[in-house]
Structure formats: structure tokens, C-alpha cells
Design a protein around this ligand. Structure first.
Ligand code: DAH
Length: 339
């Protein structure tokens, strides 16, 4: 028995293994169920009682040596394989991997949505290529309204254009559903404008629509005040200035007290203490009727805000173009902004 153990030990130490297949062969020969080590254990019962302690210890040592050798070989060949695979593959990303981050417009969009979700608004979307009806006519735009002009709208053909605002999604929502509505509609919009620090040919809006029985202007005001405080801080005040949109009556522009200078006056609010952030109003009964909703039973409010505008104010970005240039040095700065 002692000789068998000694022989096996020599074999295990001397065996020459160069690849994964040979390592597997080694395992089968020595360590597997039918391998030599197990044979030794099987014959152990024939060992004389007084020798059992010594022989047992020797077999165990042998087993440990064999297993250690096999584990080492396995690891060596596995990492060799990985190196082999990585060699010369220049398409693999470099190490260390750069972590991505949410785009500042996405962060802003998500904060707006989550504020309104908390008071029961759901999210809806519509197509970026729209027909005249959904983008203009159903929203009460007069036939000769300047917004339909070639200067503002990217027409695709006689029938279709790129939507100039997300208000078109209001129409689709109302046409396809039944009141009450309480929805938020974020999306990209397009306008034929010269690109500058303050204007772009595409940008993003979030539209809101609330239609139910007995909805009043006071409901709108309270909803928008809640939003503004959540978005810009508890001390934020709002003010509504009379305005005009074809699809709302009455219409207003909403300003928030400047959260940068606490309304004391700075160059962001042009020393007025107020910054404009959205258009809003009570949905014109004609629009409700256009969408098949009984304006005698239902009323509601709508609002629309530019995501870029809010992100620029929040993060003090002074050039709109930065949002679409994909300069990593710019985008990286927002990684921790909302975390
Ligand atoms: N659609 C308007 C725009 O693009 C924004 C707007 C104003 C949307 C008033 C509304 C609203 O829903 O009620 O300038």
C-alpha cells in the first residue's frame, strides 16, 4: 500500500500537462470516481488496523496534492483562454468601462413626470409626424394663422408635417378616449427656426391635459402651483399673465418667482424676479367639440412647457445647442445631478 501511494504521488508530481484537455485527462485518471485515488480509498478497508492511521493520512495528503494540482491547472488554462479570446479584438470596449449617465433633458423630463404622477396624471404619447387636423385645425387654429406658415412648420407633403407642439397629442387622446382625462404628454417637436443659443429647429415639450366635470381655472392654478413648488422649491410663487392661444380660453403664460436669485433680481430673470415657464389655459369648448366631447358637461385645463427651457433654468445652461451636440464633457456633468 505504501508503495502504491508513493508511486501515485510521483506520477502526480511528474505528469506533464500542457492544455485543458490534458488537465481533464488528469482528472479522469486520478480524481474521478473511477480514478486511482478512489481505488486506493476502496482498498483502504483491507489495511491492518494498526496501520490505518498512518496510511489514511498518506492517502489524504495524496488527494489534496492531486486536487490542488488540478485546480491550479484549471485556472491557468481558463485565464489563458480568456487572454486568447481578447487578443487582437480592437472592437471590444476599453477598460475601465466608462459609465453612462442620463441626458439632462431626460432627467428634467423625468422630474416633471414624477411630480404630476403623484397627483394622478398618466403619461401618453403621439406621433411626431402629424396631419393638419391634429396639429392645427382641431386645436382651433384659424385657416390663416401664422403658425401654419412655411416659416414655422416643416411640411413633409400636402397632408403631413412635423408636429410643432405636443398639443396635437391632446387631440388624439380626447378623440380616442372618454373623459375624465388626466394626462401628461412629453415629446419632441419641430419648428423651422434659425439655430441659435436660444432657439433650435427641434426641442422637447411636456403637455398636460385635465378634463372632467366642474374643472375650474382655480383647479389649474392650484395644480400648477403644486408643480412649481415641487420643481423649484417650497418658497416658489407663481403668477399668471393673460395671453392668447387658439385652443384655450382664457389663456395665460405662467411665470415662477426666480429661484436663482430668490426673486431679488439677476440676469436670468432680467432683474424682474420672474421667469416664464409655460403656457396654459382652459381648453376652448370648440376644441372639446372637435374631439367629440360634450362641452356642456365637461371642462378642463391644458398646459405646455419646454423641457429645454426648464433644464436651462435649473442647470443654468446658457446655450440650447449644448443639449444636442453630444459633447461628453458637457453631458458628464449631469451624472450626479439627480442621484
Ligand atoms: N402649444 C403651446 C406652444 O407650443 C404651448 C401651450 C400653451 C400648450 C397653452 C397648452 C396650452 O396646452 O394650454 O407654444
Amino acid at each position: 500500500m505504501r508503495d502504491r501511494i508513493k508511486n501515485l504521488l510521483d506520477k502526480i508530481e511528474q505528469v506533464n500537462i500542457e492544455n485543458a484537455e490534458q488537465a481533464e485527462q488528469f482528472r479522469l485518471e486520478f480524481l474521478s470516481k473511477k480514478g486511482e485515488l478512489n481505488n486506493l480509498f476502496a482498498d483502504f478497508k483491507n489495511v491492518l488496523n494498526e496501520d490505518k492511521k498512518e496510511i489514511g493520512a498518506l492517502i489524504n495528503q495524496l488527494k489534496e496534492k492531486g486536487q490542488a494540482k488540478y485546480e491550479n491547472l484549471k485556472e491557468a488554462f481558463a485565464s489563458n483562454n480568456a487572454e486568447e479570446e481578447n487578443k487582437d479584438d480592437y472592437t471590444k470596449p476599453g477598460y475601465p468601462y466608462q459609465l453612462g449617465a442620463l441626458h439632462p433633458l431626460m432627467i428634467t423630463r423625468q422630474s416633471i413626470i414624477s411630480i404630476f404622477e403623484r397627483i394622478g396624471f398618466t403619461v401618453a404619447s403621439g406621433p411626431e409626424i402629424e396631419d393638419d387636423w391634429h396639429n392645427f385645425s382641431a386645436l382651433n387654429f384659424p385657416e390663416n394663422h401664422p403658425a401654419r406658415d412655411m416659416q414655422d412648420t416643416f411640411f413633409i407633403n400636402e397632408k403631413f408635417a412635423l408636429r410643432t407642439h405636443t398639443s396635437s397629442v391632446q387631440v388624439r387622446l380626447m378623440e380616442n378616449g372618454k373623459p375624465p382625462f388626466r394626462s401628461l404628454m412629453p415629446g419632441r417637436v419641430y419648428r423651422n427656426e434659425a439655430i441659435s443659443a436660444r432657439a433650435h429647429c427641434f426641442f422637447h415639450q411636456v403637455e398636460g391635459l385635465y378634463i372632467d366635470k366642474n374643472v375650474s381655472f382655480a383647479d389649474m392654478k392650484q395644480t400648477l402651483l403644486y408643480f412649481s413648488k415641487e420643481m423649484f422649491g417650497e418658497q416658489t410663487k407663481i403668477r399668471l399673465r393673460p395671453s392668447y392661444f387658439p385652443f384655450t380660453e382664457p389663456s395665460a403664460e405662467m411665470d415662477v418667482s426666480c429661484f436663482i436669485c430668490n426673486a431679488k433680481g439677476c440676469n436670468v430673470c432680467k432683474y424682474s424676479g420672474w421667469v416664464e415657464i409655460m403656457g396654459c389655459g382652459m381648453v376652448d369648448p370648440a376644441v372639446l367639440q372637435n374631439c367629440g366631447i360634450d362641452a356642456n358637461q365637461y371642462s378642463g385645463f391644458a398646459f405646455g412647457m419646454g423641457i429645454e427651457r426648464i433644464a436651462m433654468l435649473k442647470y443654468r445652461v446658457n446655450d440650447l445647442r449644448l443639449f444636442s451636440e453630444n459633447d461628453v464633457r458637457f453631458l458628464k456633468q449631469f451624472q450626479a445631478a439627480d442621484e
